[in-house]
Ligand binder design. Structure first.
Ligand code: M6R
Length: 617
């Protein structure tokens, strides 16, 4: 939520503005309620901000160009305190003479008390935001050194924040601070950058530096200095970004989401890459938890939100079967509040594409406090959640820009499976053979996903016919159940259509009352060889709803003819073993939601009210 960019270079030119505006374009997926920029130019702050998408700010700057500068900060907002208006847009100026500009990502929880104090001191506010409170505190604390002032102010703040500030009296300096919100440094030559994530500056440098919690960073054109909130000097950890600017472009696709859907075979293949040795055994070196500790694990809890939680639900079926360890899936925002049972034999696995989801981060910290082992499955190098965890298993899906998660989801399932198979390998449980077959088949899965992608013309047509639909139901069983939930979530968030996912067996316990003539229902059918006769049971469920007038759109494996008499539409996916079906059946549902949103003329990449990284609780 909220994207932040900072730049400082040695030349006074248009580069500062260009870098920040390009960074904002790349970070807009983090929030698109407003955008703004501030530059230090000619002994003053020049600030421009507009509500709505970045395009409004670009058009404003086109009409009234900004001055040349060497130092700039920019912000794209997901509104929390105060509506999405021009006045509430960042940057906010501090002090009566507006000599300081500040941008912020996060929430200042004690802002009411601080605002009251400032009002009593005669400070006038121009917005309703918590951020402006910090801008005024910083201006009042400033005594010639912005870093010192930042240190004094962060000591008074409660909550989560990334802050970037510039001051007229210190051109060529940007100061940042972070607590529980993301901030990375981009290392250039004769210039340096700050960003919510590396996408902010990927067009200029691929050398970056992570910051720890509670640190302040000061950048000048040729210097990056890090200190803790306690004033102690610190050293950031540098890393090389293994993707380039092209990976953050649409690459000829209409939407990032479309591009990311097509990148799924690669995302799964890259996540599998290098994780087996020459004998085919899994080697997860990066796990950094001893084999003995892993052998002792007697409970696994996934913590995650949204799509990532559905990846955990899929993994529960697989990991319990392969390891015989009880697995539960907790929505991260509920985890802390249900007095969770966890100790040193509990493995708490967080799943997060961004690695910044505040609910998930707080769940991980709570698990850590309870003494559990924490593993992060994450797609973003250097993000907060992996840093707060005992170990990390990175997914290698590349940057996911569209708000709706697609390749991130498939890569998460893949990484969860790698973890489950690794545990099975370590423990030598009874289903080890089963697990070995799955590992072999996992490596064939990218080609099968590519096959699914080649066959989706009919899904696109169905989506266009259904543009006026008001409600869609999704049914699944076993690993198909979380896929039904994911299909419904995708449709809600992209097409703003009421959609519900159900376990097909639950239908007769209530939801079947929703079925009336013409009600569209997607059914994710398990393969005919799924254990316990589940295939036949789902075919019966299809019959039951068809008999009541439902329009049935069935996702079934090649060769599954049993579904045909009861299906209005059959969408085929290649045959694969039961546990791997989610990696195929999710894809038509992603494409359906995207195409339906497209048919309704909606913004597929930036659905209303949402943001890519949810960094508030
Ligand atoms: O970055 P995370 O994986 O932690 O994000 C979790 C959810 O916010 C995310 O999956 C969300 O549900 C997506 N918009 C779904 O498409």
């Amino acid at each position: 939520m909220c994207g932040i960019v900072g730049y400082v270079g040695s030349q006074v030119s248009s580069r500062a503005q260009d870098v920040v505006m390009e960074g904002l374009a790349r970070l807009e997926y983090r929030g698109y309620d407003s955008a703004g920029i501030a530059l230090v130019a000619d002994g003053a702050i020049e600030s421009r901000k507009r509500s709505g998408k970045l395009a409004n700010l670009i058009s404003d700057i086109g009409q009234h160009p900004l001055a040349a500068s060497s130092t700039a900060i920019g912000h794209t907002r997901w509104a929390t305190h105060g509506g999405p208006t021009d006045a509430n847009a960042h940057p906010h100026l501090g002090g009566p003479d507006g000599k300081l500009a500040l941008i912020h990502n996060g929430i200042i929880e004690n802002f009411h008390a601080l605002r009251t104090e400032l009002l009593e001191a005669g400070v006038e506010f121009a917005s309703e935001t918590d951020t402006e409170v910090v801008a005024h505190l910083l201006a009042r604390a400033y005594d010639g050194d912005l870093t010192t002032a930042m240190r004094a102010v962060v000591a008074r703040l409660e909550g989560a924040f990334t802050l970037l500030a510039v001051h007229v009296d210190q051109p060529g300096v940007v100061v940042g601070a972070r607590r529980n919100s993301p901030l990375v440094v981009g290392l250039g030559e004769g210039e340096n950058f700050l960003g919510s994530d590396v996408a902010a500056f990927i067009g200029y440098t691929r050398e970056a530096m992570e910051l720890e919690q509670d640190q302040i960073v000061t950048i000048t054109p040729d210097r990056v200095e890090v200190i803790g909130f306690d004033g102690e000097s610190a050293k950031g950890k540098t890393f090389h970004v293994d993707w380039d600017a092209a990976a953050a472009e649409k690459g000829g696709h209409e939407w990032f989401m479309e591009k990311e859907i097509h990148e799924q075979p690669q995302a799964v293949a890259d996540t599998l890459l290098g994780r087996t040795d020459e004998t085919g055994a899994l080697v997860l070196d990066e796990l950094r938890i001893s084999e003995e500790q892993l052998r002792n694990v007697d409970r696994i809890t996934f913590v995650a939100c949204g799509t990532a939680a559905y990846a955990g639900m899929v993994a529960k079926y697989a990991i319990e079967r392969w390891t015989r360890i009880p697995v539960e899936v907790a929505l991260a925002h509920e985890f802390r509040y249900c007095d969770p049972i966890a100790d040193e034999r509990t493995l708490v696995v967080s799943i997060s594409q961004s690695g910044e989801t505040m609910d998930t981060l707080m769940a991980v910290k709570h698990a850590h406090d309870l003494g559990a082992l924490t593993v992060s499955i994450c797609n973003t190098h250097g993000a907060t959640i992996p840093r707060e965890s005992d170990a990390v298993l990175y997914t290698h899906a590349g940057p996911e820009i569209a708000v709706a998660s697609t390749k991130g989801f498939l890569a998460q399932i893949t990484a969860c499976y790698l973890l489950g198979l690794y545990l099975a390998q370590l423990r030598g449980e009874s289903y080890a053979d089963d697990a070995r077959v799955v590992l072999t088949e996992l490596h064939e899965t990218p080609d099968r996903i590519a096959e699914v992608l080649d066959r989706l013309d009919r899904v696109r047509e169905i989506a266009h016919f259904m543009a006026d639909t008001r409600s869609v139901l999704f049914l699944g069983r076993h690993v198909g159940y979380p896929i039904a939930l994911e299909g419904a979530l995708k449709l809600k968030e992209l097409a703003y259509i009421h959609a519900e996912g159900f376990a097909a067996g639950e239908l007769k316990h209530g939801p079947i009352a929703l079925i009336e003539p013409g009600q569209p229902v997607f059914i994710v059918v398990p393969g005919p060889d799924t254990p316990h006769g589940l295939h036949g049971k789902v075919v019966s469920n299809i019959q039951e709803i068809r008999a009541r007038g439902a329009r049935t759109i069935v996702i079934a494996q090649d060769g599954d003819t049993a579904v045909e008499p009861f299906a209005d539409e059959v969408i085929r996916v290649p045959r694969t073993s039961p546990m791997l079906q989610p990696l195929l059946t999710a894809v038509p549902l992603q494409v359906f939601a995207m195409e339906l949103a497209n048919a309704k003329g909606l913004d597929v990449d930036q659905p209303r009210n949402l943001a890519k990284s949810v960094t508030v609780e």
